[in-house]
Design a protein around this ligand. Structure first.
Ligand SMILES: [Mn+2]
Length: 678
């Protein structure tokens, strides 16, 4: 691949410095790649499972104690309250997968790509599995540039939005940004605020209260805008379904520009400009921007009208890409197309020169790495930003994100840290209580779905806890709490099962419900919880197939271990950043031989060695299988097994000291004994 050229990492860069590493550095270097691999494993599973992992590792003290993401679960189970109840939580689903092979690509296409890029068949398969089917797409995939970003004016409504915003700037009108309390919403708000400020705008922002107002444009926010004398309202990460609210703003003489990425309903709000790639008739080529991505396109549009020099535009855009990176990672949108362009360019900038507030956030969270990954954003930074909205006022997150003052940023970052600790405590308590109820239900009549209700549960954490319950018991789960006499809850599903359809089938038991395949919200009368539980569990039981009861492990293709050359490793490393729809490539090596005695390390992880054949010179690879300790009997010396595995980043592995060729460590996700004689 020609463009790879001089930026291939040198041997020196791969090995890093010779300085001995501190324990903390080791934990970071060893623990975090594991985490990423965990994400990769779950990335094709519902976001619920991703959230579960997020919870496991969001804790820096834990991370420092042990290099195992599973440590967290054990600590929960060791909790005194659990042992006092003498409840063993026996119903946890065993770690079993069904293997799901990606359909083999069309041969002609594969051969063309192989020769054009000069790569092996396995690499071309991995690329084609990710929609990279031509030289040009591969070039953009591996080496994206600003030129790979789409023209913002392809988005319907952009021209009007840019014109209106420019006249507001010229006339010094009062502008209000209406945001949201999650990572996407706070970053959109912070970014737009800083951008408009840099143009000397008279701008302020408003974020609704999660508990009091809930998600979306609120009438109180608009009233607040009116009080301030606002004549232009810009919504970010919300607005596309706010029909009445936008009408209300109109009546008050406020023009509205909507920047949203959620799916519009049948009726559209009567805004001056509605930017949403999912809007019917919008020809914008990429449909999976997060809210911050849409807001970024508005900034892009303004800059193209303000400057004729494209280098100048890029230079300014760069400053705002950090927010897009955080939001895109945290919103679990596909890391393909323009999102990959944002991530690849933005992560580099973020690692090189983060702005004060973001740098402080990274440091306070215990990440000093110059190689921040999507997994670290999702599991370490995002929970901290979200925590302030869950536990109180989300404006604190925006203050931090926009802060340029070292001391102020430090103070705000520790507020986020404190709120995250508090949130985690509430989480864990709720999770423990939920487990007790789940176990009771499972022992009683083993329902296909879990419906759990406690009046006192915190509405800010029931979604997260529902995800953890799904992860643990592997069945669709609804967590309910009581607010103002009504029962309100969050539903989470397992991979492949449509929970929205299941809820629709019991619609008559509910006051209200909404959401999508994997996550939904419900509202019902408190006296109908029992009825709903029975009907919903029955419906899920009817709709659930045997296949969906076991998590799936998606495998890209077969990969003989002998193909793991340094060149292969250098190319495979450039598939990052990994995220939804670009998960870490996962391979199967068939009929490999276990070499030496396997060991159980940490708590229930399996460490062993494998080789391709018994011939002299057949390389011996180190393998680690997290959470597969119980499989030790299948992995005996000289046993023949199939392994499903991914690869650690080559640059993260420890170089061989004896001058031998450095071999990557295999991160084994599943093993299967090969029957002798077959
Ligand atoms: Mn969003």
């Amino acid at each position: 691949m020609k463009w790879r050229g001089k930026s291939s990492p040198s041997r020196r860069a791969i090995c890093g410095s010779d300085k001995p590493r501190s324990k903390q550095e080791r934990v970071r270097e060893e623990f975090l790649p594991q985490v990423e691999s965990e994400v990769a494993r779950f990335i094709r599973l519902p976001s619920s499972r991703v959230v579960r992992i997020r919870e496991m590792i969001a804790s820096p003290p834990l991370a420092e104690k042990q290099n195992s993401a599973y440590r967290c679960t054990e600590i929960i189970c060791r909790d005194k309250r659990i042992s006092n109840q003498k409840n063993n939580f026996v119903n946890q689903s065993p770690k079993k997968y069904r293997w799901n092979f990606v359909t083999e690509p069309e041969q002609g296409l594969q051969i063309t790509l192989e020769s054009e890029l000069n790569i092996t068949p396995s690499l071309s398969t991995v690329l084609i599995n990710r929609g990279i089917t031509s030289y040009d797409l591969a070039k953009q995939f591996f080496r994206p540039t600003f030129a790979d970003m789409h023209d913002p004016f392809l988005m319907e409504g952009m021209e009007i939005a840019v014109q209106r915003l420019r006249s507001a700037l010229e006339n010094k009108e009062k502008i209000l940004i209406f945001g949201d309390y999650d990572v996407d919403g706070t970053n959109s708000t912070a970014m737009m605020y800083l951008f408009l400020q840099s143009l000397n705008a008279d701008v302020s922002y408003y974020v609704p209260d999660r508990i009091v107002e809930g998600y979306g444009v609120s009438l109180s926010g608009i009233r607040k805008g009116k009080e301030l004398g606002t004549t232009l309202l810009i919504t970010v990460d919300c607005g596309v379904t706010a029909i009445e609210q936008i009408e209300f703003a109109r009546e008050l003489g406020i023009d509205v520009i909507i920047c949203d990425h959620h799916r519009p309903g049948e009726q559209l709000p009567n805004a001056l400009a509605l930017l949403d790639p999912l809007k019917e008739g919008c020809s914008y080529p990429f449909k999976y921007l997060c809210g911050c991505g849409v807001a970024f396109k508005l900034i892009h549009g303004i800059l193209l009208r303000l400057h004729t020099d494209i280098n100048k535009v890029e230079e300014i855009l760069k400053e705002y890409l950090q927010f897009v990176v955080l939001a895109t990672a945290a919103d679990i949108v596909p890391i393909t197309g323009e999102n990959r362009v944002f991530m690849k360019l933005g992560l580099e900038l973020l690692n090189r020169s983060p702005r004060t507030g973001i740098r402080t956030l990274i440091q306070t969270a215990g990440l000093k790495s110059k190689k921040l990954t999507i997994a670290q954003i999702v599991f370490v930074l995002a929970p901290r930003i979200n925590a302030v909205g869950r536990m109180g006022d989300a404006h604190r997150a925006i203050h931090l994100l926009t802060s340029n003052d070292e001391q102020e940023a430090n103070e705000l970052a520790s507020v986020l840290e404190k709120e995250n600790t508090a949130r985690r405590k509430v989480d864990e308590e709720t999770f423990l209580e939920a487990q007790v109820i789940a176990e009771e239900l499972l022992n009683l009549d083993n329902p296909a779905a879990l419906v759990l209700h406690q009046e006192h549960w915190h509405p800010g954490v029931i979604g997260i806890v529902a995800s953890r319950i799904v992860e643990k018991y592997y069945r669709p789960t609804v967590m309910l709490t009581t607010i103002d006499g009504k029962v309100k809850g969050s539903a989470r599903s397992v991979d492949g099962f449509d929970i929205y359809t299941a809820l629709s089938s019991v619609e008559e038991k509910l006051l209200q419900f909404g959401g999508h395949k994997y996550a939904a919200g419900v509202l019902l009368e408190s006296e109908r919880v029992g009825e709903f539980r029975d009907a919903f569990s029955k419906s899920v039981g009817d709709l659930m197939t045997d296949e969906l009861r076991t998590p799936r492990l998606t495998i890209d293709c077969e990969l003989p271990l002998s193909e793991l050359t340094p060149r292969f490793m250098r190319i495979i490393e450039q598939f990052s950043p990994y995220g939804p729809q670009n998960s870490r490539p996962t391979f199967i090596a068939k009929n490999v031989i276990v070499w030496g005695a396997p060991r159980i390390v940490g708590k229930g992880h399996l460490r062993f060695k494998v080789r391709e054949s018994m011939e002299n010179g057949s390389a011996v690879y180190d393998a680690i299988a997290f959470g597969l300790g119980e499989r030790i009997t299948e992995v005996r010396h000289t046993a023949t097994i199939d392994i499903v595995f991914s690869l650690d980043d080559f640059s993260e592995t420890i170089p061989a000291s004896n001058g031998n060729q450095q071999l990557p460590q295999l991160r084994v996700k599943d093993v299967r004994a090969v029957e002798q004689g077959s």
